[in-house]
Design a protein around this ligand. Structure first.
Ligand SMILES: Cc1ncc(C[n+]2csc(CCOP(=O)(O)OP(=O)(O)O)c2C)c(N)n1
Ligand SMILES: [Mg+2]
Length: 561
């Protein structure tokens, strides 16, 4: 509370600065190191979600950052709280998501004694966060928090860590709030766009790749209109499938793990690649084999909001330092050539996409995750949000589900297991009216499975699908490929996940046959509770396109040859 003397505690100044910046949600695990900030939330209009582990809390904040383009906010306690939060920061870093993690710190006069849970945050988070700092003087909270919002959102977005000495948060000061921070738009220059137009007019087989962050619904719509006017085929990069509507006649597929070989071939054969927003890192570039490094084999246009990414790996013929939002708007001004020579190629690309995804592949076992994804894509409203962590289970979703709206997929391009559940909780907390489905593996789910309690606590009826194959299947597949039959540390003995859901106060069902899925899903929806559908799949069904046995047989045959 503001005193008669206009004084506020550091905690109050901090929370008021969040309000000024439009923050409506924070995710936390409490700690005695930031009591004055917690107290300030007591009578301010920000929803506080208390979580079970800081890893989950920071991932929820990261999901909020992905969904809104504004920093997701987490509060964690010092030492172990901060280190527990680090996986969420790493995701924000690799996925280019704005996040601010506030962390308690020992009192100022105790610093450098290795006081209880003391950490040097600048040293610990130096290479993960975009910026790490500590606030010594409560009068500087508005300035430093304002800078944190700018740093997290601008250029290539990322995580910021701010340490808060506990006595600093208690100190009372008289200071005004900083004005709200807005992301700074970066636009292509006129010459950039006229050069791009010339390159398009000269091309025979252009292709556009969409990735990264700093997109919006309007930017996706503008990119779609451009694709239409130029009839250019569009590919989304790893876990960015929501950037372009899958059923659009220009959509050629996604560039993830185990992509359609025709997508890879098409990019390699293109004479002009326009990469918008992304970095074409190890996963989408198929282990850096797609484009020659440093000089791509085709004409290469790279559009990125951070100049530091341009020319970092691939030397672009045309480098455009712009956010996808600004670039997509500028695309409206380009004129297509009189005759578009690649129309048939674009049609073939979309036909190939449909052929790859139309029908689920045949699988060993009674539960076919592909058939389930095909059922879901016909069933879920377009604005539904799908989340996932890391593991082979996600490949069925990437291949057979169809995204058509911006910010409907929350998946870590950083490949962090355990992301799907907290991301679903965070998404449902922000958008209670939208359907939220988490697609998880048995290994993946239990990395943050405790956050199911958070879903129950806040009455968030998310639906979690756990594809249980009794193993860390992805690693088992790698093992069979590199060291066939020498299985170690990949088998899992799992709980009854449906009973787990019920024990937490949710809805649980076990599914042993594909045909049981639709009724179970509807029952989960009807329950109005957070739900887990435990799908027992055959461990042989390791991906939509191969089996464990086939991987082993192939590597054994290769080692004999
Ligand atoms: C935090 C983290 N730890 C370890 C890994 C390495 N890893 C990648 S996939 C995977 C197995 C995933 O198992 P599961 O969730 O059961 O999915 P499956 O591959 O069996 O479908 C592991 C251990 C990772 N990506 N992230
Ligand atoms: Mg598994």
């Amino acid at each position: 509370m503001r005193g008669k003397d206009n004084m506020r505690s550091g905690g109050e100044v901090l929370v008021d600065q969040l309000l000024v910046n439009g923050v409506r949600h924070v995710f936390c695990v409490p700690g005695e190191s930031y009591l004055a900030a917690l107290d300030a939330f007591h009578d301010r209009d920000i929803a506080v979600t208390v979580c079970r582990q800081e890893g989950g809390a920071v991932m929820m904040a990261e999901a909020a950052g992905k969904l809104t383009g504004r920093p997701g906010i987490a509060f964690v306690t010092r030492g172990p709280g901060a280190t527990n939060g680090s996986p969420g920061l790493h995701i924000a870093r690799q996925d280019s998501t704005p996040v601010i993690m506030f962390v308690g710190q020992v009192a100022r006069e105790m610093r450098e004694r290795e006081a209880f849970q003391e950490l040097d945050y600048r040293a610990v988070f130096g290479s993960i966060a975009k910026w790490t700092t500590e606030i010594d003087d409560p009068a500087r909270i508005p300035e430093i928090v304002s800078r944190a919002f700018h740093v997290a959102m601008n250029g290539r977005p990322g995580p910021v860590v701010i340490a808060l000495p506990e006595d600093m948060l208690m100190e009372r000061v008289s200071v005004g709030d900083a004005l709200a921070a807005d992301p700074i738009e970066t636009w292509p220059g006129l010459t950039d766009m006229s050069q791009l137009q010339k390159m398009l007019w000269a091309a025979e087989r252009p292709i556009m790749l969409l990735g990264g962050s700093r997109w919006s619904e309007a930017a996706c719509a503008a990119a779609t209109r451009f694709a239409e006017r130029f009839a250019v085929p569009v590919i989304t990069t790893f876990r960015r499938l929501h950037l372009f509507p899958a059923t659009h006649p220009c959509y050629a597929g996604d560039l993830g793990v185990g992509p359609n070989p025709k997508v890879v071939a098409r990019i390699k054969a293109a004479d002009l690649v326009i990469l918008v927003g992304g970095r074409l890192g190890e996963m989408p570039s198929q282990g850096y084999t797609l484009l020659d490094i440093p000089n791509p084999q085709m004409k290469f246009v790279h559009v990125h909001p951070d100049a530091g990414e341009l020319g970092r790996v691939y030397r672009p013929d045309l480098a455009i330092n712009a956010a996808p939002t600004g670039f997509a708007a500028a695309l409206e001004g380009l004129q297509p050539p009189n005759e578009i020579r690649w129309r048939a190629e674009t049609k073939a690309a979309h036909d190939d996409y449909l052929a790859w995804t139309e029908q689920p592949t045949k699988q060993p076992g009674a539960v076919n995750f592909g058939e389930i994804m095909v059922w879901l894509r016909g069933q879920l409203p377009a604005e539904s949000i799908i989340t996932n962590g890391a593991g082979n289970f996600s490949s069925w979703m990437h291949r057979f589900y169809r995204f058509s709206r911006f910010a409907t997929l929350l998946g870590p391009t950083s490949g962090s297991m355990g992301y799907g559940l907290p991301a679903a909780v965070g998404a449902k907390r922000l958008y209670p009216e939208r359907t939220v489905v988490c697609v998880a593996g048995d290994g993946d789910f239990l990395m943050n499975g405790q956050e199911f309690a958070t879903a129950v606590q806040y009455d968030l009826p998310i639906i979690v699908l756990i594809m249980d194959n009794g193993m860390y299947g992805t690693i088992r597949a790698h093992q069979e490929r590199e060291f066939p039959t020498r299985i170690i540390a990949t088998a899992l003995r799992n709980p009854d996940f449906a009973a787990y859901a019920r024990a937490f106060g949710g809805f649980g069902a076990t599914i042993e046959k594909t045909e049981e899925f639709a009724d179970a899903f509807k029952a989960a929806q009807a329950s109005g509770k957070p739900a887990i559908l435990h799908l027992k799949v055959d461990p042989e069904a390791i991906s939509p396109s191969t089996t464990l046995g086939a991987i082993r047989a192939k590597s054994m045959a290769a080692s004999k040859a």
